[in-house]
Design a protein around this ligand. Structure first.
Ligand code: NAP
Length: 476
């Protein structure tokens, strides 16, 4: 079995560079080259030179390379999972799941690359033909977060490379190692070096500005916070660079009085506590009908009190560290604010200095929609329970947010299911399901949760331009 150090050997630096630390204990994992604006400019120029040849290859040839990349990712699954845990902190079982999820996008877009069909439209004129031709947008860029250090890259690189684009990736400063390991495997599979580059950097803002200002970069795909997404949107305006934005969320998790409570608790545990609550689709606000509240809270609290917190590599760990001390302080402040405003701890306890970068899993009851914890993205293992009286109130609270990414609804009423499909303002809904992500479905949000969709057969369209061609002189 290849160990992660072998996989990363060309990138590892003895001294200097970008230091990557284990969020659980602050220990140095590895150091790699730190790319500034100058190196990024050089990578853009190289990608511009290399992309046309990549685009000219038959889709089937690009697809075969992507397929090999997929196979290599799975062949190195354990090394990749260990890396993802070491630099992001998530439990190893979750990292193993992420490797499979990340690989699924490469497999899917290897298949979709072969289905980029143009159109021939019925001509309104005699002797003329109307065609729609699809072409790769050109050189693209991605800026990605630390919470899914593998999958947030493959969800973008799969469709970009499949469509015939080049892609430059600036991974999160905290998690460049998983990204570099993916790059190594892509090159080994046959993706030309300049066509897919990973550029770790400690100068995110400067690199973001270079990518947005460059006339060569025709598309930027960003996953991260809404605040940074807005900055990039402003910068991209100068060059009218096409954008995909996968931003923050505040998912409501609604439990109606007719719900299967055991299923709702299982869904809540999966949706809320995965990655210690640090996913964009994590349930952020639990809206629970007053008639279901006692049973739901009792069972959720019992499960949360039994959770094991520890290093992500330790067997049995369910809750790893948060990404850094600042993240812990933010979650602690939200919990303290809610308690001061009248909420109650139904499970877990407040964070203490001894906990370091770990935040204990918590259930809070008596939360109201106006508390900070109900209005901000928590990004920690805290379930905030808000009681509601009827469906209209639940929908009003659910939609009272600038975000619109995911929602979860537990009900056995088919008519209510259809009503909420229409009425909830979001891009994705899990009905009686707490985990919704799959490569075959369109992932993305509305309102301030973003623009565009990733995955599914729609995902590749984000990397394609349509060119309308009118062919005259076609008389019989
Ligand atoms: P973030 O601070 O916005 O960072 C995301 C990426 O942007 C990182 O690579 C970061 O680099 C970079 N960045 C920061 N400031 C920048 C700037 N001024 N210009 C250009 N790039 C910049 O978000 P995060 O804390 O890493 O990730 C958590 C957020 O991502 C949450 O809001 C979560 O909901 C969201 N998210 C959304 C999805 C989705 O699919 N909708 C998926 C996952 C996460 P550095 O690391 O060097 O700061």
């Amino acid at each position: 079995m290849t160990c992660w150090k072998d996989l990363l050997s060309p990138y590892l630096m003895g001294t200097g560079g970008l230091a990557v630390r284990d969020p659980a204990n602050g220990e140095l994992v590895a150091a790699v080259a730190d790319h500034g604006p100058r190196e990024v400019e050089a990578a853009i120029a190289a990608a511009e030179a290399a992309q046309p040849e990549w685009a000219e290859r038959p889709a089937k040839a690009r697809a075969a390379i992507l397929r090999d990349w997929h196979d290599l990712i799975l062949a190195h699954a354990e090394a990749l999972a260990q890396l993802a845990t070491l630099e992001s902190g998530k439990p190893l079982a979750e990292s193993r799941g992420e490797v499979g999820y990340a690989a699924s996008f490469i497999e899917w877009f290897a298949e979709q690359a072969k289905r980029v069909n143009g159109e021939i439209l019925p001509s309104p004129w005699p002797g003329k033909r109307v065609l729609v031709h699809k072409q790769p947008v050109g050189v693209t860029a991605a800026i990605t977060p630390w919470n899914f250090p593998l999958a947030m890259i493959t969800r973008k690189a799969g469709p970009a490379l499949g469509a015939g684009c080049a892609m430059l990736v600036k991974p999160a400063e905290a998690t460049p190692l998983s990204a570099l390991a993916l790059e190594r495997l892509a090159h080994r599979a046959g993706v030309p070096e300049a066509v897919f580059r990973v550029l770790p950097s400690s100068a995110a803002a400067a690199v973001g500005s270079v990518l947005c200002a460059s006339p060569v970069i025709r598309k930027l795909s960003f996953t991260g916070s809404t605040a940074v997404g807005k900055v990039l949107m402003q910068q991209a305006a100068a060059t009218v660079t096409r954008l995909s934005l996968e931003l923050g969320g505040s998912a409501p998790f609604i439990v109606f009085e007719d719900a299967d409570i055991d299923a709702a608790v299982a869904g809540a545990l999966a949706s809320k506590y995965r990655n210690a609550g640090q996913t964009c689709v994590c349930a952020n606000r639990f809206l629970v009908h007053h008639a279901a509240e006692r049973a739901f809270v009792d069972r959720l609290a019992a499960a949360v009190n039994a959770m094991t917190m520890g290093h992500g590599l330790a067997p049995g760990t369910q809750i790893g560290p948060l990404i850094d001390r600042r993240a812990v302080e933010n979650v602690h402040a939200l919990v303290a604010d809610a308690l001061a405003a009248g909420a109650t701890l139904a499970a877990g306890r407040e964070w203490q200095a001894d906990d370091g970068s770990f935040h204990p899993p918590v259930v809070l009851t008596g939360v109201t929609p106006h508390m900070r914890i109900a209005r901000e993205e928590i990004f920690g293992p805290v379930a905030a329970i808000i009681r509601f009286a009827d469906e209209a109130e639940a929908v009003a609270i659910a939609n009272d947010t600038p975000y619109g990414l995911a929602a979860y609804v537990y009900t056995r009423d088919p008519a209510r299911t259809w009503r909420l499909m229409d009425r909830l303002e979001c891009g994705m809904i899990g009905f009686n399901e707490g985990i919704i992500s799959t490569e075959i479905a369109p992932f993305g949000g509305i309102k301030e949760s973003g623009l565009g969709r990733e995955g599914s057969h729609h995902g590749i369209e984000e990397y394609l331009e349509m060119k309308y061609c009118l062919l005259g002189g076609m008389e019989r």
